[in-house]
Design a protein around this ligand. Sequence first.
Ligand code: KDO
Length: 339
Amino acid sequence: MSRKTIQNVLRSAKTLALVAALGLGFAAPQAIAQAKQVLRISTPAVPDDWHAKMWTVFKDTLEKSAPGQFDIQIHLNASLFKQGTEPAAMARGNLEMSAISAQDISKIVPEFSIFTAGYIIRDVDHQQKVFGGPVGEEVFKPVIKKLEVTPLATAYLGTRQVMLREDKVVKTPADLKGVKLRMPASKEWLFLGEALGATPTPLAFGEVYLALKTGTIDGQENPLPSARAAKFYEASKTIVLTGHLVDAIFISISSKTFNAMKPELQQKVKIAAEAAARYNNANRVKDEAELIDFFKSQGLKVITPDVAAFRKTVQDKYLASEMAKTWPKGLLQRINDVK
Ligand code: KDO
């Protein structure tokens, strides 16, 4: 047989095999891949931060409890969707999961802005009880309805502190006058910066490090674990322990995706989200207790300001704001009463 004939025979054998495979349903690997529920996750978190690592806990937990049923794709550093655009992407069905902030939610559900206000949630314990109890049940209802996303678990992002690139003594809000304080880019965040007494400057999380280095901003405010993970301390000289916002992010899923799942799968997704939040929360709390010493060892000055003065100024600004008019009657009291 000539080489050409052999090649022709092989080619038709391959074609026959392919036809047979299709006929016998050997196209199954593709079909199986299609049957898997894809869960694309987008977050601005940097890889070294706990709320980035928690997604691996989510993935591992779900892959164990529902083997072969999900294709979970984690995108960090806002590489899939820009910070703050995730809820809209989930509502449109372009994204399945993210951890969204109270500030993001407030854009569509104004009354949720109560959780963007400084000095309302007292600490991580209070936060978990508020969102895990009857108040949470009540405030998540309009989120599910209007945002078309379903919150699954509340992750503690940490307690936000002010960090400045210069060596500066800050004791009261008056000392932040004229300080260009970077805030995430939305009006809810900018209001918080203003309430602290600073000049808020909007910027995405991914641009903060360079802005600190170059001096485009004078400082930023974030929980200490995030300041470590994103290395903001390398370009900072002062930490002011304002503790102005006990911050939460809500692990959420597009309602379209969630509602299309069987109840037992929904339950497994929720359990995996809760495991992820628990992992994040425990590590963050531990980190927050240890990081002050770490930052001091890196040469930063740590200031304990007059927190009562900050609390009063910030609370007064919020209570007098347009935002407060949208807060359901009695909700603030009910939040305060959660013990
Ligand atoms: C930030 O941009 O300062 C912030 O802390 C706001 C949070 O709501 C959240 O988006 C967080 O960034 C990112 O997850 C990055 O840590």
